[in-house]
Unconditional design. Structure first.
Length: 442
């Protein structure tokens, strides 16, 4: 394993190695995290233990260490830092097409309907790409009871004292009580009854409807939810509140939604229904005898954008490797090439290799492939041996390994101080810059 050490506590290793102190080779190791960040002459903040683009090492550190370093030393450091940065960007781009990532563009879907006034729809990531024929036969309805119109200012005929009514919702009965004082008006009694029903938490909404022109009031009680399972009844237990107000009269009956999907009939308690194991949501808005086509498709634009980004980031890394071949090991170039060549069928979805190893993407061909054979596109781009998976492995190998392990062999550099000569003689190593030492034989 190759590690960097530094006699300058701020010019730490690309992989976080500790500084090496002293000028006689007898200094000890100390954690680089004990040193604060340092702002280089060029304005770059250097954080001990983290990768960064190295400053111009030939200038020496800010406090005036000697100049005159071999330019090759700084170039190698810069090349390794550039490799790390390019690999980070490529790793991020691969996530956009990796099928194991929940936010992969390959999981996104678009949904269209042939008649949005009858049916609208939305799909979760990963919904099955297919079409549905949906016919809306009936909409779900919430039950509504509307009482008798009573003169608001007249004394109520509801029995004075405690009145209790039985409210039965889907077979479950609860008693609701309220008090009536002698001489209370119809307005007061209906207000009190409505409040009692609403406070009972039975899934009902009671409202006093006022006709200011006629001077009348009537109680309206409605289920908060549609469907026959939310139907209800009201009956007197003590007193005569239900009979006197007429609130047991059903003005709108509870009803279930009735619809068919590709010829198969269904019912539902509400007008929002779910298909494809909950991944497709349909909203039913209007009864219509004509089927509505609901089409769930891969998001061609999202996939094309992600593929373009992946190709661009790979090309950036490839061009960087081509330009820095004297500093970066050819093994990595070979690995990057194999990550592409090992993927079958790339040309069929519009991705081809250029003479310099970079890639070209025909977006029109990719879009056509998505429409004609999405399963193949999905596997080729994001499957087990897909392009995103292979390139992700290459990028993450760089990010998880000591950067020095990717450096190309460089001829031994002459040293200029007794201490550097001592280190070179002891380890047959390579001095990389102001106090930088690679503790491995090339």
């Amino acid at each position: 394993m190759i590690n960097f050490y530094s006699t300058d506590p701020y010019y730490v290793s690309l992989m976080g190695a500790a500084p090496l102190f002293g000028s006689s080779g007898t200094g000890g190791l100390q954690s680089p995290t004990s040193y604060p960040p340092y702002t280089a002459p060029g304005g770059q903040v250097l954080i001990p233990g983290q990768p960064f683009a190295w400053p111009n090492l030939s200038q020496g550190p800010a406090w005036g260490s000697p100049k005159g370093l071999d330019p090759l030393q700084g170039q190698l450091s810069a090349a390794l830092s550039g490799l790390y940065q390019n690999s980070q960007k490529l790793a991020g781009a691969t996530n956009g097409l990796d099928l194991t990532q929940t936010d992969s563009a390959l999981h996104t879907r678009t949904v269209t309907t042939s008649n949005g006034g009858v049916v609208t729809a939305s799909a979760n990531p990963g919904a099955t790409a297919q079409s549905y024929q949906v016919t809306v036969n009936a909409l779900a309805q919430a039950q509504v009871n509307t009482g008798t119109a009573l003169n608001a200012a007249d004394a109520s005929g509801v029995t004075a004292g405690t009145n209790t009514i039985a409210v039965t919702v889907h077979g479950q009965t609860s008693n609701v009580s309220f008090n009536v004082n002698a001489g209370d008006t119809n307005q007061t009694v209906l207000n009190n009854l409505a409040t009692a029903i609403n406070n009972a938490g039975l899934g009902l909404q009671a409202t006093v409807v006022t006709d200011s022109t006629a001077g009348t009031v009537q109680l309206q009680v409605a289920s908060k939810m549609t469907g026959t399972q939310q139907s209800f009844t009201l009956a007197d237990v003590t007193g005569n509140a239900v009979a006197q107000t007429g609130v047991n009269a059903v003005s709108t009956a509870a009803a279930d939604a009735s619809y068919s999907v590709s010829g198969v009939n269904y019912t539902a308690q509400g007008n929002t229904v779910y298909l494809d194991n909950g991944n497709l949501t349909l909203n039913l808005w209007q009864v219509n005898a004509n089927p509505v086509t609901v089409m769930v498709s891969p998001d061609t634009q999202a996939i094309t954008t992600a593929a373009t980004n992946l190709v661009n980031q790979y090309n950036s890394l490839r061009q960087f490797l081509n330009a820095n071949g004297q500093y970066i090991s050819s093994t990595l170039q070979n690995e990057a090439s194999q990550a592409v060549t090992q993927v079958p069928g790339l040309a069929g979805i519009g991705i081809t290799t250029n003479p310099d190893g970079t890639l070209s993407l025909d977006q029109n061909k990719l879009s056509a492939a998505i429409q004609s054979d999405f399963a193949n596109v999905s596997s080729t781009l994001g499957g087990y041996n897909g392009l995103a998976t292979n390139l992700g492995n290459t990028a993450n190998n760089v990010l998880s390994s000591p950067l020095a392990s990717f450096a190309a062999p460089i001829p031994y550099m002459l040293v200029t101080t007794p201490f550097q000569s001592y280190l070179g003689a002891q380890s047959q190593g390579l001095l990389l810059g102001q106090g930088l030492f690679l503790n491995s034989t090339w």
